[in-house]
Design a protein around this ligand. Sequence first.
Ligand SMILES: Cc1cc2nc3c(=O)[nH]c(=O)nc-3n(C[C@H](O)[C@H](O)[C@H](O)COP(=O)(O)OP(=O)(O)OC[C@H]3O[C@@H](n4cnc5c(N)ncnc54)[C@H](O)[C@@H]3O)c2cc1C
Length: 290
Amino acid sequence: MPVDARTLTLQRPRNLKAALAMLAKEPTLTPIAGCTDVLVGLHFGTSDTRQFIDLWSLDELRGITSKPILRIGALTTYTEIIASPLVQKRVPMLVAAAREIGGAQIQNRGTLGGNIANASPAGDTLPVLAAAGALIVLRSASGERRVSFARFYTGYRTSVRQPDELITAIEIPAIDGRQWWRKVGTRRAQAISKIMMAGVRSPADHLRQGYGGQEAGRHSCKVRIAIGSVAPTVVLAEAAAAVLSQGGAIGDAQAALRKEIAPIDDLRSTGDYRQQVAANLLAAFWKDTE
Ligand SMILES: Cc1cc2nc3c(=O)[nH]c(=O)nc-3n(C[C@H](O)[C@H](O)[C@H](O)COP(=O)(O)OP(=O)(O)OC[C@H]3O[C@@H](n4cnc5c(N)ncnc54)[C@H](O)[C@@H]3O)c2cc1C
């Protein structure tokens, strides 16, 4: 049953400093960015939060810059990501993921920070950020810290973010290699993902020459693979990536991947189906990035 709107309160800070002061005083406040996830929880009565703080007017959380590192403000919408020449150039897999999130309305309103903080294992940007080695910038009234994306989540829908902290930005280091993204869902765009994978494969020629004058293996390269909807949090498939990085066979990498993921049966899919699709996606990634 929808939550009675009359029981809700909303605070609207004018700037980031005021927002952080409010959160320091009342850490139980729930931040609202685009509200696309929050509203669903209120509509279906699954959310037990009643006191909110609206981030939408905090300009400090907007903007995409690249000096010295690509920095995407937490309030950046998918529409802004898709339109950004900087993101198109540096992280095309993020643009590809953003294009498949919801429809136009969700892309106009949903934010990158919201997708991360919502911490759903089916969040489409999460595998991209894991494969990219992103950093999450967190800020409270007492200071700022950076957490590597690989360490951000602590379990199903939990993270290291403290109640008085906001995600202010996402930093993405330069990515050397071909980027790849694929989402499998019942129908494109509006469907919640059954499974999605992001991958990065460094140029083989570059690595064949070896770093620091050392000759690398003939077929070796550097690979990063991340998968969503196959475990309580996004999975960085390090064992499968290691097999491929060292020139191993795709079948061996698929076997390693199967051990790294633990998909469950749910309304959208069975665990067995997700195991098979994950293996198929790995093969597709490897073939497409040859
Ligand atoms: C019809 C529909 C289709 C959708 N399709 C997809 C899809 O294809 N793929 C997908 O991944 N998602 C999808 N979503 C989910 C949602 O749109 C995304 O997760 C979106 O990125 C959430 O962003 P938001 O700004 O709306 O977050 P909100 O709803 O405002 O917030 C979500 C959560 O994050 C917290 N939060 C938000 N910003 C911050 C911040 N800066 N710091 C700390 N905490 C913060 C909030 O407190 C809340 O817990 C869909 C939703 C709907 C309703």
